[in-house]
Write a protein that binds this ligand. Structure first.
Ligand code: FA5
Length: 349
């Protein structure tokens, strides 16, 4: 405490020490009353100025006022510091770093991507290299070079999204309706032996239902070599089906028609939804089979167009729907689920 005879320096030192020791709002207020309040130490000294000799009054008054302002500023500073410390400790309490973190949802590959990779892996093991081609395609590759001339009824099999000719300098372009154009493109620039698979998106201007989408992914298969026959095609596809679906799944190969193969076949897998005879089945409609790909021996005219000697070389080709294979693998009954991007659906794969 300050004695009545204390010097100004002692008053100041005492006040500052007590201010530094004040640790909450109540202590600050007690300090303010005790030093700067009406009966505070400093106020008392200011009041005592009148009793000083005339010559000292002015000097003492000025010194006391400077001290008063300085202590008022020190009080505000101390108050700010205490508030900042209180805030920091509240935040520290709210942020309990020892709590377990919120679990992060792990991303995963889309089921169609997973299955596409599996398909490519199976064919890689069978010696097929993966190549890719353009999604925006010339009419020539999508149709003409595959023996599907204009007005040929087979063009109806692939209802087409055409590009506006005003944006293509009059060249007839489209969104490819299948991956088969890559057969022509690849043969144009490569010599046999050829063993390739071509994954990619295709587009068809058609109504969607449980097994049809307007955007679909296909994987094309093409092999050209000496002595390839239907037996090689059959063996390759059976081995693919065995590796993809397991030995218990039945596979059916029957005649079909595609202008770019001769003979043409289609490969189906037995229905996984109904016993094979339910006409109301959304997946097989009672046929018992789900078609997953078209295939056949490459038409000799196509090999000739590529400049190959057809007495020496033959080839086989196939094109499968990746969504259909995905549906079979996972028992998905509606293809549209695959692209609705509902996380509850996608999280299951
Ligand atoms: C073709 O696209 C031929 N390019 C396949 C081919 C290649 C035949 C090589 C011979 C030689 P298709 O239109 O049938 O054929 O389609 C092939 C597969 O794609 C179908 O078996 C099916 O699995 C899938 N697919 C076809 N249309 C759709 C669609 N709208 N939605 C989902 N998958 C489809």
């Amino acid at each position: 405490m300050t004695s009545p005879t204390a010097t100004l320096a002692e008053v100041e030192q005492d006040a500052r020490e007590r201010l530094a020791a004040a640790s909450d709002e109540a202590a600050l207020e007690a300090w303010r009353t005790g030093v700067l309040g009406r009966s505070g130490t400093l106020t008392g000294l200011l009041r005592g100025i009148g009793a000083l000799p005339e010559a000292e009054r002015k000097h003492a008054g000025a010194a006391l006022n400077v001290l008063k302002q300085s202590l008022e500023a020190a009080l505000e500073e101390r108050r700010d510091a205490l508030r900042a410390a209180a805030l920091a400790s509240t935040v520290a309490d709210a942020l309990d770093v020892t709590l377990p973190g919120r679990p992060m949802r792990r991303g995963r590959l889309h089921p169609v991507t997973q299955v596409r990779r599996e398909i490519l892996d199976v064919f890689a093991r069978l010696g097929f290299a993966t190549v890719e081609g353009p999604e925006v395609e010339l009419e020539r590759y999508n149709f003409d070079l595959l023996r599907i001339p204009e007005h040929h009824p087979a063009r109806d099999m692939w209802d087409t999204f055409w590009l506006d000719p005003s944006t293509t300098e009059g060249v007839s372009m489209l969104l490819r309706t299948h991956t088969s154009p890559m057969q022509a493109r690849f043969m144009e620039t490569h010599e046999p032996p050829i063993r390739i698979v071509v994954p990619g998106r295709c587009y068809r201007y058609e109504a969607t239902d449980a097994t049809h989408e307007w955007m679909l992914q296909q994987v094309e298969l093409l092999a050209v070599d000496e002595g390839l026959s239907m037996a090689n095609l059959k063996g390759t596809l059976q081995e693919f089906a065995r590796q993809m679906f397991g030995p218990q799944r039945k596979v059916l190969m029957r005649n079909s028609y595609f202008p770019f193969v001769e003979p043409g076949v289609e490969l189906s897998v037995d229905c996984f939804v109904c016993p094979g005879n339910d006409p109301a089945c959304p997946v097989c409609r009672g046929s018992g089979w789900i078609e997953i790909m078209g295939a056949g021996m490459v038409h000799p005219e196509i090999l000739e167009a590529a400049g190959y000697d057809t007495r020496r070389y033959t080839g086989f080709a196939a094109g499968m729907g990746v969504e259909r294979v995905t549906m079979l693998k996972y028992g998905i009954t509606d293809i549209r689920n695959l692209y609705q991007n509902d996380p509850r659906f996608l999280a299951q794969f």
